[in-house]
Write a protein that binds this ligand. Structure first.
Ligand SMILES: Nc1ncnc2c1ncn2[C@@H]1O[C@H](COP(=O)(O)OP(=O)(O)OP(=O)(O)O)[C@@H](O)[C@H]1O
Ligand SMILES: CC(=O)C(=O)O
Length: 487
């Protein structure tokens, strides 16, 4: 009975992020995606207008409210992605050894290419590889003069207007936030998004800049650092120090570094991020073939399964839900694979990050110690439920990092905090009515909610953790309650 209740509570514990696009934008599809297991919706600001995103956000809030769910919304800033300018006829076939001149602009002469970053020809050096169209076409810099870089095709193929350009390994002097990003942050100041992701982060400095812009606009969203450049992999420590969450953005990462290195980088980020108590999202091509097929490949199923076994907090769908033919099936499939990965046996279970937190200040040592004790109590007592009352979300983060099997409810003082808990592994957010009320009120509220959902019954043991008390803000406590009979 407990296992059924547990499944109805949390579904799967690893959280699912789904990108909204033309295939999923309709409110009825958004609702179906939530019912299939989506926890967080991603709005990709590289595409669509601000007005489109405003309308999508309003629909997400409405379908979530209909389901009484605290659903997170992740705004993904486009960042300094360099894109090709217009090509004559919109397309160009690049033959092996052919040469093109990338020029500062305006271009237009035979054999000239332009791009959205005018300084690129000057920032390149001879020998640099320049990749187009997600790395499917490759060129190398063979000559340079002011405002002009001559590129020779080493990997032939077709390029189209406005496709992405990657210069792997270069330390280009691009700003981390473009004028468009700053305009999009102005939009965010008037729209309540829960997470803001920064693309092409190179070091903690880029995140400090974003945090400064968020503070200026009084935006409370959590910050997600997208690791998709080799510099970010080298600068992981400074990035983790200023991130609330990190995303392994494998699409661009697999172009910027040798794709053979991506799995090892993914595993290293999981380990390092968890040491710093920073949740991780694994993103891109997880069920790629499901854009056009109702079933995933075996390799994709293994990818999702292994990410969960390695302890990721969340997995993300991009094209599968944005432009795919089977958005709802993709989420259902992902959910089924995650459920298999989370079975205690025979698969290896996900492991708690363990060890003391590397980073002082994010989660206090007192909170960590009390949370560890609560986890032990849950196991010893075979608790039916763990309830954590959290004000900022940090106690809930500490609980999530323990990877307990006990179903966990986090009581949040506001809808905003509850939505930010939507990414935390194994945590079901519940908004606390009458925020901040002391005594047993909040816990009684959680228990009666759990009873109505059939999660606890008379005689069950419930472990209650309180990360905040209005009268004693520095106290952390744990109590164990036995559910009493109610008529
Ligand atoms: N809001 C949107 N409006 C219209 N099309 C969209 C929207 N969001 C995504 N798409 C489409 O879905 C595709 C896949 O989405 P995804 O988020 O993976 O974008 P991408 O440009 O491929 O990658 P990146 O993550 O590097 O921005 C996009 O290429 C785009 O064609
Ligand atoms: C998600 C993303 O931006 C990437 O994988 O590149």
């Amino acid at each position: 009975m407990r296992i059924d209740a547990d499944e109805s509570l949390a579904g799967v514990r690893t959280k699912i992020v789904a990108t909204v696009g033309p295939a999923s934008r309709a409110p009825e599809v958004l609702g179906k995606l939530l019912d299939a297991g989506v926890d967080v919706f991603r709005l990709n600001f590289s595409h669509g207008s601000q007005d489109d995103h405003s309308a999508t956000l309003a629909d997400i809030r409405r379908v979530a409210a209909e389901r009484e769910r605290a659903v997170g919304v992740l705004m993904d800033l486009g960042g300094p992605k360099i894109r090709l300018g217009e090509l004559p006829g919109g397309m160009l076939s690049c033959e092996l050894d052919a040469e093109y001149a990338l020029v500062r602009g305006p271009g237009g002469a035979e054999g000239e290419l332009t791009c959205t970053y005018p300084d690129l020809p000057d920032d390149l050096t001879i020998g640099d590889p320049v990749l187009f169209a997600d790395g499917t076409v490759g060129m190398e810099v063979v000559d340079r003069s002011p405002g002009r870089a001559v590129l020779k095709v080493v990997l032939p193929g077709q390029i189209r207007s406005r496709q992405g350009i990657n210069v792997p390994g270069s330390g280009l002097s691009l700003p981390s936030l473009t004028d468009k990003d700053l305009g999009d942050l102005d939009w965010a100041a008037d729209h309540d998004v829960d997470f803001i992701a920064l693309s092409f982060v190179r070091s903690g400095t880029d995140l400090a800049r974003l945090r400064h812009e968020l503070d200026r606009r009084n935006i409370k969203a959590k910050v997600i650092a997208k690791v998709e450049k080799p510099q970010a992999v080298d600068e992981l420590e400074s990035i983790l120090a200023l991130s609330d969450v990190v995303m392994v953005a494998r699409g661009d990462l697999g172009v910027e570094v040798d794709v053979a290195r991506v799995p090892a980088i993914q595993k290293r980020i999981l380990v390092e991020a968890h040491k710093a108590r920073v949740p991780v999202i694994i993103a891109t091509q997880m069920l790629n073939s499901m854009e056009r097929s109702s079933r995933p490949t075996r390799a994709e199923a293994s990818d999702v399964f292994n990410a969960a076994v390695d302890g990721t907090d969340a997995v993300m769908l991009s094209g599968e839900t944005a432009i795919g033919d089977f958005p709802v099936e993709a989420v259902r499939t992902m959910s089924r694979i995650l459920a298999e990965a989370e079975r205690p046996s025979p698969s290896p279970s996900t492991t708690a990050p363990g060890g003391p937190a590397d980073r002082a200040g994010w989660i206090s040592p007192i909170t960590e110690a009390v949370v560890e004790s609560a986890s032990l109590a849950c196991r010893r007592l075979d608790a039916a439920l763990l309830v954590v009352a959290t004000r900022s979300g940090r106690s809930a983060l500490a609980v999530s990092m323990q990877r307990n099997r006990t179903p966990t409810i986090a009581l949040a003082p506001s809808e905003g905090v509850a939505r930010q808990l939507s990414l935390l592994w194994g945590v079901v957010p519940l908004i606390l009515p009458g925020a901040g009320s002391g005594g047993d009120g909040p816990v009684d509220h959680a228990l009666s909610w759990a009873k109505t959902k059939g999660l606890v019954s008379t005689g069950d043991r419930v472990v209650v953790l309180r990360g905040f008390f209005p009268d004693h803000p520095t106290h952390n406590t744990m109590v164990v309650r036995e559910v009493e009979h109610t008529a």
